[in-house]
Ligand binder design. Structure first.
Ligand code: PHE
Length: 337
């Protein structure tokens, strides 16, 4: 009979108890009032030989206690697990998971910053097509037919021209928007034209077949070069910082007279001289021939115009040394902005 108790103990110890239901099944199986295995053995105590009864009783009592201890322990483990699960689901101090959102392209950010600065000075935004005709892109801007000035900008043609004029092309600069606005509106005119332009350039770390410009145009009575200098200096201070150094360098554009290019000083201790001058824009007083082409009286009105690239300032600002990354849409690059 002692063997029977021993076998039952081993069976009891091998039971797996992982749920509340299993706790109850276990209890009924071993300690159930009617037919629990241990309960049944107690009933058989009279069948045991009198001299063995004492040992049998002790053995059976020990098994009963071990079984009850196992029950208590299992209930305990389950209760603790439940409490833990509960606190986990209601931990309001955990930080939330952020949904993935896109970011604004660095060129768009730079363009918007440029536009915002000029808006403070009363400029509003104008728009024009990227597919232009020769007249708006060149002729009205005082490029003579067959003049080498047209070669200054390596034009991508949509429809070839015959003999230098006519033809449809991808605009090589945002200056044709000047023509469209002046044909449309009477002075005073004060507009900004941000947009994409195209040139047939050899692609490298510093040039690409498309890039972005922001054009500015102001036409009114009595506009002077001094006004232009003031505005561009104010812009440079707002964009590059109060202590920016800038210079106007005489230059040539068919559509402005006089013309200038503007450089800013870029400090770089790795360079001999501690930095270098970087060109950021072209500008000048609107040529009288341009005003005539759009039926504005050059005796009454004067104006200034400027055009700046967006890529160069964006590269300076973000420390980017290869222009091509702007157009590759590599998510690892874009994610950083
Ligand atoms: N359109 C010129 C360029 O692309 C820049 C410019 C604009 C110069 C307006 C003068 C006035 O280089």
């Amino acid at each position: 009979m002692l063997d029977v108790v021993e076998a039952l103990r081993r069976e009891m110890e091998a039971e797996r108890i992982a749920t509340e239901d299993e706790v109850e099944t276990f209890r009924i199986k071993y300690l159930g009032q009617k037919s629990g295995s241990i309960t049944n053995l107690f009933k058989k105590i009279r069948e045991v030989a009198p001299e063995d009864r004492r040992a049998f009783g002790q053995q059976l009592n020990a098994l009963k206690q071990a079984t009850e201890a196992r029950l208590d322990e299992s209930r305990d483990i389950l209760r603790r697990a439940a409490a833990e699960a509960e606190t986990q689901t209601i931990d309001l101090t955990l930080p939330g998971r952020r949904p993935l959102t896109g970011s604004v392209h660095p060129l768009t950010q730079t363009r918007d910053d440029i536009v915002r600065i000029f808006e403070r000075y009363g400029f509003s935004v104008a728009d024009g097509p990227e597919i232009e005709d020769d007249w708006h892109n060149f002729t009205a801007l005082n490029f003579p037919p067959d003049h080498p000035a047209r070669d200054m900008q390596d034009t991508l043609f949509v429809e070839a021209s015959e003999g230098g004029e006519g033809g449809v092309l991808l605009r090589t600069h945002t200056s044709p928007v000047q023509i469209r606005v002046m044909k449309d509106q009477a002075p005073p005119i004060r507009v900004l034209a941000p947009g994409r332009v195209y040139r047939n350039e050899t692609i490298s770390y510093k040039s690409y077949c498309l890039f972005h410009q922001v054009e500015g145009l102001y036409v009114d009575e009595g506009v002077t070069f001094a006004d232009l200098k003031y505005l561009l200096h104010a812009f440079a201070k707002a964009f590059f910082g109060e202590d920016v150094r800038m210079r106007f360098r005489p230059s040539f554009f068919p559509f402005t007279e006089p013309s200038a290019e503007v450089d800013i000083w870029w400090s770089d201790e790795n360079l001999p001289g501690g930095g270098r001058w970087l060109e950021i824009l072209g500008c000048g007083m609107v040529d009288p021939n341009v005003l005539k082409a759009v039926d504005i009286d050059p005796e009454k009105y004067t104006g200034y115009a400027f055009g700046m690239g967006v890529e160069r300032p964006a590269m300076l600002r973000y420390g980017i040394d290869d222009i091509r990354v702007f157009y590759e849409n590599d998510i690892r690059f874009l994610e950083q902005f």
